[in-house]
Ligand binder design. Structure first.
Ligand code: C2E
Ligand code: CA
Ligand code: CA
Length: 856
């Protein structure tokens, strides 16, 4: 009876332990102890099954510690001792004598060491037949259980199962609760629960963040407090539906603690316990940023749609980058519909004449995920072309990865056309339509390098129309323009593709003839050009013919710049022009040297006057009786490096540059002052003859200047004589006669220089108010050998005398010439035989010695 009571107490204690959730080891130990109380001499153990390792572990029992330690990982298997076997077969295993039982093989020694001989083991399983462990009883001597003992054991097994199962249930409950709790606590969205009245019963930290209220401030409040008035009806409806068991998802604007609002995406889930809704869970995500982005995006989309530029967006992440968006202006520009664009690659805009370089540029930049700006020829759906000014930019996401490209398209066809027109007018001569100088230079550069590279040759033809000015002057500019147009057309007809005809200046044309052959066409073409230009021109009612001077140059090895080619051809043309025009001349390097020299002289001449490099030499004119009648002033240039330069080398140059005016002015002044000096010194009345260049003579103010000179120097006018060449007199006879008349009125005499070299007829002399005729040196030179020249000289002398003009023989070098001329009645003599031109100082000496001689 006492034992029974003790048993009940222990059982009560075990139930208490289970109820209090005491450590399992303690509860199970108590069960073992209970069995041992009931059946003295019996030892018991409990093994727990570990599902993960599929092994049994001894957790409680009064067996020796060493044995306990050995029994920590017993496999669930038929040969694994009584417990392993019981667990394996899920039935009672009775081992009467451990020493002779085969399934104890492994553990026999352990058992022997601790004096364990018999073992009866029960599997412990849950209500659902899940293996929980084993419960075993040991004896120190071999024996088998009685019926009563088995009943006792079974009660212990049931208790053990209860204890373990409860423990495990509690454990898993706790775990799921913790899992739920951490889901709740760490959820990035606001999570809260409400009762069926809409009062918050819990809120997580994110809920606090989203609302701005602390958790404790939220709990106990009605949700209406947190929702803006406009959205409340919707929220109410969703809440009541959730209360009826239907989950809800909606967006609402919430009022934060700070007073501002945010947008929340809210999910409401019914809390169902025992099939009854007891409340509502809420999960709210702050979508304010997304909402704002959406608004901004919508705004952007509107503006993109409203833009007048075409916009398309392509997906950079998909293969072949399909178009994912195209705005209306783009569709209008390209002629495609939205459906046709979407999913397509932009290359449908390209066509046969799109510049491959522009395409490559775009492709490269897109590959590099960079911006690009190009203008390229694109094709509409109907095949028509348009110029597209294109900006493409990559669109990176937050992580920097380029997800899209946006392309802004602008139809600039009109502008390009306008520019092309401008470019055309920038490169073409508006009158004739042929290339202008700018284009000529570009082509020249291009052709030059091309022919150099391919061992071809480049020839340049320079054409200058002869006497074009007179056509302009006589028939008017319109006729002149017509002629130029016609001339350009004739030249153009001679050319083959690749040749360039350009108008270089007023009546100058240049032809570029690049050729890949060894033999150029230049020489042939100059002849053709000359013939073509010589054909008569019909200008209105007028039929005009004209000639041209043509120069040809071809690229030489020494050529440094392509531009030199034009200059060379120009030189050659100039040569042809100098030879009287209507001719062809080929460039040769010595032309260049001459020109080089001229260029330098031309430059230096500008300084010559200022720097006193000019000097006058005087050559006496001798009368038949041997006395001096006067001197001719001849200019000399003491060039600082080239020395004394005779006038033929620079007078013509000065005439071309216009420097002759200043030079002539200087000579006149110097000569006047010098003759004043000489006459004063010698007390004589010598006359000085000054050579006047045509340009100088024809200047409007020539006369005024001369008057002023005479006035300021106080020179008696008859001490001055001007020498004019035939050419001067021929150019404008009437004007010349008037001027000469005015000169004569003042007492200034005039002489015709170099008579016989020009075309003036002898009868012409009659009308001219002049005093002297100077026979050109060339007649005097061979007067003794050439009867024809002698006859001319005689004729001139006779006629001159009949017109009461004096004759001067220039360049008398020998006594024989002098004698001959004397015989023929020549009045004055000039030449090396008497004196060479000499500087003023030398002249003084000369005159001094003459005076001495005449005295003696
Ligand atoms: P020109 O007016 O016929 O001058 C005569 C030229 O014959 C001078 O040459 C003179 O030195 C040269 N001469 C004189 N006697 C003889 C001779 O016996 N034998 C040879 N072989 N030559 C002789 P220069 O000084 O060289 O002048 C050449 C030309 O330059 C002049 O020819 C004249 O047309 C021009 N010239 C000279 N000085 C001036 C000037 O101040 N103004 C202008 N406009 N022209 C000038
Ligand atoms: Ca002269
Ligand atoms: Ca002369």
């Amino acid at each position: 009876m006492k034992k029974r009571k003790e048993e009940l107490e222990i059982q009560q204690a075990i139930h208490d332990l289970i109820a209090q959730d005491a450590p399992l080891k303690k509860t199970l130990g108590c069960i073992c102890q209970m069995l041992e109380t009931m059946a003295p001499g019996m030892l018991s153990t409990v093994m727990l099954f570990d599902a993960e390792t599929s092994r049994l572990r001894l957790i409680a029992g009064n067996v020796p510690e060493g044995y306990q330690n050995a029994m920590q990982a017993i496999p669930v298997a038929p040969e694994s001792g009584s417990c392993g076997r019981a667990a394996y077969f899920r039935r009672l295993v009775v081992t009467e004598n451990i020493q002779y039982d085969a399934c104890w093989q492994e553990y026999r020694e352990h058992a022997a060491r601790y004096g364990l001989r018999a073992c009866w083991s029960y599997p412990v399983v849950s209500q659902e037949q899940r293996l929980l462990g084993t419960f075993a009883a040991y004896y120190s001597e071999p024996r088998s259980p009685s019926h009563k003992e088995l009943q006792q054991l079974q009660r212990m097994v049931a208790l053990t199962a209860l204890a373990i199962e409860r423990k495990q249930d509690r454990q898993s409950l706790r775990e799921s609760e913790q899992r739920y709790r951490s889901l709740f606590t760490h959820h990035p969205d606001a999570v809260f629960s409400l009762d069926l009245n809409g009062i918050f019963t819990s809120a997580n930290p994110a809920g606090a963040r989203v609302t701005g209220y602390s958790e404790s401030e939220i709990v106990g409040q009605h949700y209406a407090r947190f929702v803006v008035a406009d959205d409340l009806p919707r929220v109410d409806e969703a809440f009541s539906l959730a209360c009826q068991g239907t989950p809800q998802h909606y967006e609402a604007e919430a009022i934060r603690a700070s007073g501002d609002t945010n947008y929340l995406a809210i999910t409401n889930l019914p809390i169902v316990i025992d099939e009854k809704v007891t409340g509502v869970y809420g999960i709210a995500r702050d979508i304010t940023q997304r909402k704002r982005n959406d608004t901004r995006l919508r705004l952007l989309q509107r503006s993109v749609e409203a833009s007048t530029n075409g916009v398309i967006i392509v997906d950079a992440l998909q293969p072949d980058m399909p178009v994912v968006y195209a705005n209306r202006p783009f569709l209008a520009m390209s002629g495609y519909t939205m459906e046709e664009m979407l999913g397509n690659n932009c290359r449908i805009l390209l066509g046969p004449e799109t510049d491959p370089q522009a395409i490559a540029l775009v492709r490269d930049r897109v590959d590099e995920r960079r911006d690009v700006h190009v203008t390229m020829l694109n094709y509409r759906k109907d095949g028509t072309r348009f110029w597209n000014e294109l900006y493409i930019s990559p669109v990176p996401d937050d992580a920097g990865q380029v997800t899209h490209f946006i392309g802004i398209h602008h139809d600039v066809t009109e502008r390009i056309n306008y520019e092309a027109q401008l470019a055309y007018s920038g490169t073409h001569d508006p009158l004739t339509g042929v290339a202008n100088r700018t284009l000529l230079e570009q082509r020249l550069e291009h052709d030059y390098h091309l022919t150099q590279r391919h061992l071809g040759q480049l020839e340049v033809i320079f054409i200058d129309l002869d006497d074009f000015k007179s056509i302009n002057d006589s028939l008017g500019h319109e006729a002149g323009d017509l002629l130029l147009k016609e001339a350009a057309q004739r030249l153009q007809r001679l050319l083959t593709p690749g040749d360039t005809l350009a108008r270089f200046g007023g009546d100058e044309f240049v032809i570029l003839l690049p050729s890949m052959a060894l033999e150029g066409q230049g020489s042939r073409l100059t002849r053709l050009a000359r013939r073509a230009l010589a054909e008569p021109y019909l200008l209105g009612d007028h039929r005009v013919t004209l000639s041209a001077s043509i120069g040809l140059a071809s690229a030489q090895a020494e050529l440094s710049k392509p531009k030199d080619l034009i200059q060379n051809a120009d030189l050659a043309m100039y040569q042809a022009k100098r030879q009287g025009g209507d001719g062809i001349s080929f460039y040769s390097p010595d032309m260049k040297e001459r020109v080089q020299e001229r260029v330098e002289l031309r430059r230096d001449l500008a300084n010559a006057i200022q720097e006193g490099q000019l000097e006058l030499h005087y050559q006496p004119l001798i009368r038949a009786n041997g006395t001096i009648s006067g001197f001719e002033a001849l200019v000399r240039w003491n060039h600082p490096t080239r020395g004394n330069i005779p006038p033929p080398r620079f007078i013509e140059l000065a005439e071309q540059t216009g420097q002759i005016s200043a030079l002539g002015e200087w000579v006149l002044h110097r000569a006047c002052r010098d003759i004043l000096t000489i006459n004063a010194l010698q007390n004589t009345q010598y006359r000085v003859a000054v050579n006047i260049s045509p340009l100088q003579f024809h200047r409007e103010d020539f006369f005024a200047r001369l008057d002023r000179l005479i006035e300021t120097t106080g020179l008696p006018a008859h001490w001055l004589e001007v020498e004019l060449t035939e050419g001067v007199l021929m150019e404008n006879p009437e004007e010349t006669i008037t001027t000469l008349q005015l000169l004569r009125d003042r007492g200034v005499t005039a002489a015709i220089d170099d008579f016989g070299t020009g075309y003036s007829s002898l009868s012409y002399l009659r009308d001219l108010p002049i005093g002297k005729v100077k026979l050109d040196r060339s007649f005097i030179q061979d007067i003794l050998d050439c009867p024809r020249n002698a006859a001319i000289v005689q004729g001139v002398i006779d006629i001159a005398h009949s017109l009461e003009l004096q004759t001067v023989a220039e360049g008398v070098e020998t006594m024989e010439q002098h004698q001959d001329l004397l015989k023929r009645g020549c009045d004055l003599f000039q030449g090396f035989l008497f004196a060479r031109p000499m500087p003023l100082n030398a002249l003084r000496g000369y005159l001094g010695s003459k005076a001495c001689m005449s005295q003696t």
